[in-house]
Write a protein that binds this ligand. Structure first.
Ligand SMILES: [Zn+2]
Length: 181
């Protein structure tokens, strides 16, 4: 499993519902959970690893530790109260931006045994649930920004990516010339 970075087109696609009882998604959820910890994220949605299925894993690193493995999660209730949420995304590395989210949400999903579950989250968990479920319809958190702010964000993001690429390239050249010696 490889992390998909913006502007990978897979991040803008809509995911399909998982058929109830389709156990082929269980190892995918397992692998996504491993990657979540490896990449030190709070949540990971399937499109971020190139899988267009409604799968999400979340662990917001609270005590007691809870790892949510979700199949077909959907928001069934959202509070009218809104909050500012400072967010980042593994697919948009190094930058963060504040977006507006519902303070509380209720999410219905199936666990890996295809048992229906409901979770009510507030604060960070609520924002995380909304962020990950957005990914399933091809939406990124920066899509919640004004056009102006999103434009500024993307300009900064492209600049950072270019710098990172150039640093990598000069690293390669150095390595190549070292090897020639
Ligand atoms: Zn994300």
């Amino acid at each position: 499993m490889e992390l998909k970075i913006y502007p990978d087109p897979v991040l803008a696609k809509k995911c399909a519902d998982v058929e109830i009882g389709d156990t082929s998604v269980v190892p995918i959820l397992e692998e996504m959970s491993k990657k979540l910890y490896e990449w030190e994220g709070a949540g990971l949605a399937a499109p971020q690893v190139g899988v267009l299925k409604k799968l999400v894993v979340i662990d917001i690193r609270e005590e007691p530790a809870t790892l949510y493995k979700m199949i077909n999660p959907k928001i069934v209730w959202a509070s009218e109260e809104l909050v500012d949420s400072k967010e980042g995304c593994l697919s948009l590395p190094k930058l963060r931006e504040t977006v507006v989210r519902h303070e509380k949400v209720q999410v219905e999903y199936f666990d890996e045994n295809f048992k229906k579950q409901i979770v009510e989250g507030d604060g960070f968990l609520s924002c995380c649930l909304q962020h990950e479920i957005d990914h399933l319809s091809g939406k990124l958190y920066i899509d919640h920004l004004s056009r102006l702010k999103k434009g500024r964000f993307l300009a900064k993001f492209r600049k950072l990516r270019k710098e990172a690429e150039e640093a990598e390239k000069s690293e390669d050249t150095r390595e190549a010339s070292n090897n020639e010696k």
